[in-house]
Design a binder for this molecule. Structure first.
Ligand code: SAH
Length: 479
């Protein structure tokens, strides 16, 4: 046994009848019904009947059928594609059917299924749309009820709407080619504003709207990538421009350091992808991230690459920008408040200070392989404020290099953990205290180290000592 519906004893197909003869033999109401049905098509109807009832006369007039008022002759079948035997007399019907079969013309004998080569369906006509329903003679009333429901479902001008769509086909193919773009266009067209305008009766505006939609679909969706600075963590340190990009984004790739409160300012149905990058646990390699950005933009998406602080400060923006340029993808950089500036704000520490500090260096405790940067000597010159990113785990090395390079061991140092955030902590000490930072198990957030005489000008009332005994630390952790 086959699964699913049983097999049909009929096979639906649609005969081409335009300009071709369809023969109806008979003069009564049955013949009239067939003339009306076939009259839904552009067939050339020939009615052959010796006597014609009034309903048939009307049907002939309404459909433009031709009448031969005489007995049936086999030659009436000349050029016919279909024949209806509707004489009401079995013998006559049989003669018509046999003559038709002899010439290979499919025949239907009204109410004589045994004589039929084909059945007539219940028809819903929305030319060029045709819906034909049959129950293979089992329950014609069901076919009629279904037809009534379909009639109600389809607006009367559905056919002209289809013709309208058909009229756009060449233009759509010319503008969109044969591929996916064209498929997408049609998939949305039937629910488009153009369709709504058409059904509202405004065909001129429907045509103009259709043209607008075709043009829009033919412009390649322009992918765009914004490298956006998310700021140091406080949501309200996000720039308005960053917020705008987030609200327009189709997809947001964000780093581990970016707080959810910022990520969630993105458009609600935007896709959000964590690309990790926290020290020691890179969830995606930089190459992978570059590829993801390019691929998403090539799909025509508005991409936001959300980076902690400022994207251009220790953010690997250089590699991402190079990848975007190489791929020819439109892009923009949106600056953000970098951690060094957020830390200075928290500490109320003027990074430049007349007579004390006239230059400012943003540096990192790591080179790309995670080792301490070798050349600190250059940086250790006086009159300089040093902001050290990613300095916690290499604090001792940094301090050692600076002292080696001639910086006084009592140079003031401040550290901010979670700068700008509600849970921020600030620490102060000297260069000699800095190595302690590596061992402070109570400091787990991102930390920014500031070194230089300007630190002495900071408001450090809230700051804790940088160097405390391990006992103090464990007591604090226990508390
Ligand atoms: N592009 C970022 C820096 C990324 S490197 C920016 O401009 O801020 C990551 C380092 O930034 C961390 O190791 C830490 O040193 C620093 N950092 C980021 N956010 C911080 C924050 N809220 N508080 C303190 N330091 C932070």
């Amino acid at each position: 046994m086959r699964n699913g519906p049983s097999r049909l004893d009929v096979f639906p197909a649609f005969h081409k009848v335009a300009g071709r003869r369809v023969l109806v033999v008979g003069g009564g109401e049955e013949a009239a019904a067939k003339v009306r049905l076939v009259g839904e098509s552009s067939a050339e109807i020939l009615v052959v009947a010796e006597e014609v009832e009034i309903s048939l006369t009307e049907a002939i007039a309404a459909t433009g059928a031709r009448l031969a008022a005489r007995a049936f002759e086999a030659d009436d079948l000349e050029g016919a594609v279909l024949v209806f035997a509707a004489t009401g007399e079995e013998e006559q019907d049989r003669a018509v059917v046999e003559a038709a079969r002899a010439r290979g013309v499919p025949a239907n004998a009204v109410d004589r299924p045994d004589l039929c080569d084909f059945y007539t369906p219940a028809l819903v006509n929305r030319a060029p749309l045709a819906i034909a329903i049959t129950t293979t003679g089992a329950a014609p009333i069901i076919a009629r009820r279904l037809r009534a429901r379909l009639e109600a479902m389809l607006p009367g001008d559905y056919g002209s709407f289809i013709a309208f769509a058909d009229g756009l086909r060449a233009r759509v193919r010319e503008a969109l080619g044969n591929g996916e773009d064209r498929r997408r266009f049609w998939a949305s067209f039937f629910d488009s504003t153009a369709a709504a305008l058409f059904f509202s009766g405004d065909r001129r505006r429907a045509a103009a709207e259709a043209e607008r939609l075709i043009e829009k679909a033919s412009r390649p969706a322009e992918g765009f990538v914004a490298l956006v600075g998310a700021g140091p963590g406080a949501e309200d340190l996000l720039t308005l421009r960053a917020q705008r990009h987030l609200q327009e984004a189709d997809i947001v790739f964000y780093d581990a350091l970016v707080p959810q409160a910022v990520v969630s300012q993105g458009r609600r149905d935007a896709e959000r992808v964590a690309v990790g990058k926290r020290k020691g646990c890179h969830s995606k390699s930089q190459d992978e991230i570059n590829r993801l950005l390019v691929a998403a933009a090539r799909e025509g998406k508005k991409v936001v690459r959300l980076k902690a602080g400022d994207p251009m400060v220790f953010g690997r923006a250089g590699e991402e920008l190079a990848a975007l340029r190489a791929a020819g993808i439109a892009h923009e950089v949106v600056p953000g408040v970098t951690a060094g500036l957020a830390a200075a704000a928290d500490l109320q520490l003027p990074l430049t200070l007349r007579g004390t500090a006239s230059s400012l260096v943003f540096t990192t405790g790591h080179d790309m392989k995670g080792e301490t940067l070798p050349d600190w000597a250059r940086l250790a010159a006086g009159g300089l404020t040093l902001s050290v990113y990613m300095g916690r785990s290499v604090a001792a090395g940094v301090a050692g290099r600076l002292v080696e390079a001639g910086l006084a061991a009592d140079t003031p140092v401040a550290v901010v953990e979670n700068a700008s955030r509600a849970d921020k902590r600030m620490f102060v000490g000297t260069l000699a205290d800095l190595p302690a930072l590596e061992h402070r198990s109570d400091i787990t957030g991102p930390t920014l180290v500031v070194i230089g005489e300007a630190v002495a000008a900071a408001s450090l009332a809230e700051a804790e000592p940088l160097h405390v005994s391990e006992k103090t630390v464990s007591e604090r952790l226990a508390a």
